[in-house]
Design a protein around this ligand. Structure first.
Ligand SMILES: Cc1cc2nc3c(=O)[nH]c(=O)nc-3n(C[C@H](O)[C@H](O)[C@H](O)COP(=O)(O)OP(=O)(O)OC[C@H]3O[C@@H](n4cnc5c(N)ncnc54)[C@H](O)[C@@H]3O)c2cc1C
Length: 422
């Protein structure tokens, strides 16, 4: 793999049938996450495909010409033409391999795949999940000189990365954008010495053996595992929801509210998240209809009062959505009035769904004890029922799920783990 500048790009393109170009920047956590994957794939595919890196800040002209707007961005070229996907953000090894495979013949793909050697990495603790719970644990563990690997299928930060503003995490006088708080936590964990394997594919988690398989070839073995995999937005599971997810239906205000400037929006839900996020969406949208199945909101009182006082927000109580449809470039929300059973359609530009969360445990095998909602049962030291397996944060069965409570769980688990390892 070589590093070039924009003047050398045309020559590289002309002299190599297959080329992959990585636009990177400094102080860019997703670029740091990509670098080892790019290096190792250059080793595997280097005979067939030219791997080239370019520093985006010093080669803006080429970046603009190629439509590159963020770092890292990976572009693929075959016979001088751009092909395949434009990969950005937390790029996974499997996504890169899929694009590389498409550039070469099947026979070579098989040979290359065959040549991938399994790797085994030993550590003392695997922390599954780099949200606030996992990051707090990693900070404590690494500062106590416990060899720790944090593993996450996404970039670090968890739900905090997609939270617009955080105003209740101690230590910051002014509200802090969620992604900045996540960034500070992740950097603190790295500086403490925690190793990160992020934006990876998690293929298998064996809690009994304390072993996980990532990216199809790397086994990480540990003495203890901490599960801090958090929770994800719950689906309504009604007609059209999956179909229009990302195409008119969103679960993240921070990510998508900006697309609804001066538009009409429907919000489903009436709890804390729905009401707090409605305040943020109200900065963009011209009209918001909140649909809540109960005859009242369930968010905390001050948030309720702010939402009720917002002239852009109107409430539709005792109604439940029954389906989502599209009409031209608009969304249709079919709602049922729970008091009289009548249904009617609401035409809107977009829908946000905030109806609670589900624990992220899909990839985790093992006889874990859970509560009736599928959250993990732990003792006061954050031990699960499986020896050597701990849990922390939103994935745990408890009443209050906040950043502070996740961080508290991570702290307790890490101190107990450290003592047990001594
Ligand atoms: C819109 C919104 C606004 C919020 N606002 C606030 C607020 O203002 N203040 C506050 O205190 N709290 C707020 N919260 C709640 C807060 O974000 C959570 O309580 C907190 O992030 C929980 O931290 P966690 O580490 O337990 O889990 P998460 O933040 O959910 O992080 C879990 C991590 O685990 C990863 N993961 C998932 N599956 C696996 C797997 N199989 N293996 C490895 N890793 C995995 C995920 O990718 C994620 O990075 C908000 C939540 C939302 C959704």
């Amino acid at each position: 793999m070589i590093e070039i500048n924009q003047d050398a790009f045309e020559k590289e393109l002309a002299s190599h049938e297959n080329l992959v170009l990585d636009f990177y920047s400094t102080e860019c956590p997703p670029c740091e996450a990509l670098a080892p994957k790019f290096d190792s794939l250059a080793g595997l595919y280097g005979q067939d495909i030219r791997f080239v890196k370019i520093f985006r800040q010093q080669n803006r002209e080429l970046a603009e010409r190629l439509g590159v707007k963020s770092s890292p961005t990976l572009l693929f070229f075959k016979n001088r033409e751009q092909v395949g996907d434009v990969l950005t953000g937390g790029i996974r090894r499997s996504e890169i391999m899929r694009n590389l495979d498409a550039m070469i013949d099947d026979h070579r793909v098989k040979e290359i795949r065959h040549s991938v050697k399994p790797v085994v990495t030993d550590t003392e603790v695997i922390v599954l999940g780099a949200g606030p719970g996992g990051l707090a644990a990693a900070i404590y563990l690494a500062q106590a000189k416990v060899d720790t690997i944090l593993v996450d299928p996404l970039l670090p930060g968890g739900q905090v990365s997609t939270t617009h503003q955080v105003s209740n995490y101690p230590g910051f006088v002014d509200p802090l954008p969620g992604f900045m708080l996540a960034h500070h936590m992740a950097e603190q964990a790295k500086v403490a010495g925690a190793k990160m394997k992020v934006a990876v594919e998690i293929n298998k988690v064996d809690l009994e053996k304390k072993e996980i398989l990532i990216d199809g070839y790397e086994t990480i073995r540990a003495k203890k595992i901490l599960i801090s995999t958090g929770a994800s937005p719950r689906y309504l599971e009604i007609e059209g929801e999956r179909e229009f997810h990302g195409k008119g239906i969103s679960y993240c205000a921070t990510c998508d509210a900006k697309y609804y400037h001066d538009k009409d929006v429907v919000i489903i839900g009436g709890g804390n998240t729905a009401v707090e996020e409605s305040e943020f969406i109200s900065k963009f949208a011209s009209k918001i209809t909140m649909i809540q199945q109960l005859p009242h909101l369930t968010a905390n009182r001050s948030a309720q009062e702010r939402a009720m006082a917002d002239p852009k927000i109107s409430m539709l109580f005792s109604h439940e959505p029954r389906g989502f449809y599209q009409k031209g470039d608009k969304m249709v929300v079919r709602v049922e009035n729970l008091e009289n059973g009548e249904t009617n359609d609401i035409l809107t530009d977009g829908v946000f769904v905030f109806v609670g969360m589900n624990p992220n445990l899909d990839l985790i095998d093992g006889p874990l004890e859970m509560d009736q909602w599928g959250y993990l049962k732990v003792d006061q030291d954050m031990r699960t029922n499986i020896p050597g397996v701990f849990a922390a944060g939103d994935v745990v069965s408890k009443q209050i799920r906040q950043i502070t409570t996740a961080v508290s769980d991570g702290t307790i688990a890490s101190i107990v783990i450290t003592r047990e390892l001594q």
